[in-house]
Design a protein around this ligand. Structure first.
Ligand SMILES: *Cc1c(COP(=O)(O)O)cnc(C)c1O
Length: 360
């Protein structure tokens, strides 16, 4: 068996130790005689798996006691609707910061439910930067402020957490959650699809301040009401049990590796190596302003796009997979989430240097 270095933006690489443990426990989870996939979600075995996953996530992120942690279906995209449905609370408008493709999707969905004030947009720069705090035109009467701390497609990441006063801040952290410690108390809601920096696809992790739960707009389906999930421990209906279990294994793995402070150090170093390789050459380019560059998703282009296919072929020959850029951006994109070993980044940099000497 040869495992490749998988630079996919999502579903993405998982820690090998997590896959090994899942393999060992596949047919018989801890003497239960069953796979986790076969268990009742209400049985004591799965209840313990679920509780442990939540406890480990709370510890990793230092989530304050007045926040609820939900494990929901529907991915991050369902949160684009659940956020306005739950957070409007009698108000008619919300602020959105537009920094790229995922912000735009969140905005389009919110417009179905409320008046969207685009508090800032970096579209004029082709989404190659983030707005400064002083550029945010926030509405004091907004129900909440929504932003995308890390734009997975553009590779643009906020270097700061927006200050929104008493207005709850909502963050789509799909591709940056768990990459470093953050102060959860600054947020009203944090949500993330699981398939980037948590575990396999099938879950959205939602961290919501408890005073924001229970005031949905009329007509909200029960499944879209945070309170239905809070009251039922994310088991209003059958949750995606196996994904929840694997997410739990990933949380325990992160704890064993020193938690998010240790991850931040490694992630910063991995990203710095890759950006240094791009910047030290005229052969490769990344359009994002230095302070807004993502630690997790690194898009780059070759000076001659006709070489893209050759680069991808040589990468694949070295076991460096899924480097093709998003169709809207072209070029390459290396997603280097927590589970991407530093050796994967080193191997990519080695290819880039070698490729340039031959084609530069
Ligand atoms: C991938 C992604 C999404 C969509 O996630 P789904 O789980 O597929 O709905 C939303 N926002 C960001 C920032 C993403 O990276």
């Amino acid at each position: 068996m040869a495992r490749v270095f998988n630079f996919s933006a999502g579903p993405a690489v998982l820690p090998e130790a997590v896959l090994q443990q899942a393999k060992e426990e596949m047919l018989d989870w801890q003497g239960s005689g069953m796979s986790v996939m076969e268990m009742s979600h209400r049985g004591k075995e799965f209840m313990s798996i679920a509780a442990q996953a939540e406890a480990d996530l709370r510890e990793l992120m230092a989530i304050p006691a007045n926040y609820k942690v939900l494990f929901l279906q529907g991915g991050a995209s369902s949160q684009f609707a659940m956020v306005p449905m739950n957070l409007l609370r009698g108000k008619t408008g919300a602020d959105y910061i537009n920094t790229g493709a995922w912000s735009k999707k969140a905005i389009a969905e919110a417009k179905r439910y409320c008046k969207v004030n685009v508090a800032a947009t970096t579209e004029a720069s082709k989404f190659s930067t983030t707005p400064a705090q002083s550029e945010l035109q926030l509405d004091a009467d907004a129900a909440y402020v929504h932003y995308t701390p890390n734009e997975t497609i553009g590779g643009v990441e906020f270097p700061y957490i927006p200050e929104t006063g008493d207005v709850p801040l909502v963050a789509d952290m799909s591709s940056t959650i768990l990459s470093r410690p953050i102060d959860v108390s600054k947020f009203g809601v944090i949500y993330a699809g699981s398939q980037k920096n948590i575990g396999p696809a099938g879950l959205a992790v939602v961290i919501v301040r408890e005073d924001l739960v229970g005031q949905t707009i009329a007509g909200t389906p029960t499944m879209f009401d945070y309170s239905a999930h809070v009251e039922n421990g994310s088991m209003y209906n059958t949750p995606p049990t196996y994904t929840w279990y694997l997410a739990g294994l990933a949380f325990a793995h992160l704890k064993s590796k020193g938690g998010l402070a240790a991850m931040a150090e490694i992630n910063q170093r991995k990203a710095a190596k890759l950006y240094a390789a791009i910047d030290s050459s005229d052969f490769y380019a990344n359009p994002v302003t230095t302070e807004s560059r993502s630690w997790m998703n690194v898009p780059f282009t070759l000076v001659n796009a006709e070489l893209d296919a050759v680069f991808l072929k040589e990468a694949a020959e070295r076991g460096l997979m899924t480097l093709k850029g998003h169709r809207s951006v072209g070029g390459m994109r290396a997603s280097i989430y927590n589970a991407m070993p530093e050796a994967g980044v080193d191997a990519l940099v080695e290819l880039m240097v070698d490729f340039e000497t031959r084609y530069g």
